[in-house]
Ligand binder design. Structure first.
Ligand SMILES: O=C(O)CCC(=O)C(=O)O
Ligand SMILES: [Fe+2]
Length: 199
């Protein structure tokens, strides 16, 4: 029996459901997966255009999916590679604990503290009405900031640790924004996976 993976924190928030499993993966498993994903993922470095100016996206990304449906966000269109066995295994484990299903995973590789993911919501049309997003963290822990679009006092931070799983669901992607901010601290690498369901 895995005592750790059943430990669960549920956050009561207006217009959102947030569930956190700090020890979703045991350390040894998380260490192995971090190395494997860091080395074997087909990472890409995309350009983003903001107000007519083009920048390098401040992190590496990769998309894997069960079918060939492309995924577009922030003026970037990504074409999925086929799920690997390792990703498939992780997906099954998440589906079991969350009782949800997923068909796509977007991976982010934060190389250092200057890599980030700016304020956004995962509210693309193809994710359906109330997207369920399952987010796994490996490697360096980073704070995950989230704030309500209208209720200004609703601004929070959750430290996402190595081997953790965060589920965002309900109306969260309509009413809240989230980010991984840059930091000047000397920190290590982090791999994040967000499992999603494209309709
Ligand atoms: O790196 C994270 O924890 C968040 C990633 C994220 O928000 C995204 O890929 O949409
Ligand atoms: Fe996101």
């Amino acid at each position: 029996m895995d005592l750790f993976s059943s430990e669960k924190q549920e956050f009561r928030l207006p217009d959102a459901e947030l569930i956190y499993f700090p020890n979703f993966l045991i350390n040894r498993e998380a260490d192995m997966l971090f190395k494997k994903l860091k080395n074997e993922t087909e990472w890409q470095e995309d350009d983003i255009t903001v107000f007519g100016k083009t920048y390098k996206q401040p992190r590496l990304t990769a998309l894997y999916g069960e079918d060939n449906q492309p995924y577009s966000y922030s003026n970037i269109t990504m074409y999925p590679k086929a799920f690997t066995e390792g990703l498939q295994e992780l997906k099954s484990k998440i589906e079991k604990i969350s009782k949800e299903t997923f068909n796509t995973v977007l991976l982010n590789f934060y190389r250092h503290g200057n890599d980030s993911n700016g304020w956004h919501a995962d509210n693309e049309k193809e994710l359906g009405k109330n997207p369920v997003i399952a987010s796994v963290t490996l490697g360096e822990e980073r704070p995950f900031h989230f704030k309500h679009r209208k209720l200004k006092e609703e601004k929070h931070k959750l430290i996402l640790g190595h081997g953790s799983l965060l589920i965002m669901k309900g109306a969260m992607q309509h009413h809240w924004l989230h980010q991984i901010a840059k930091t000047k601290k000397e920190i290590g690498e982090r791999v994040n996976l967000t499992f999603r369901k494209l309709q």
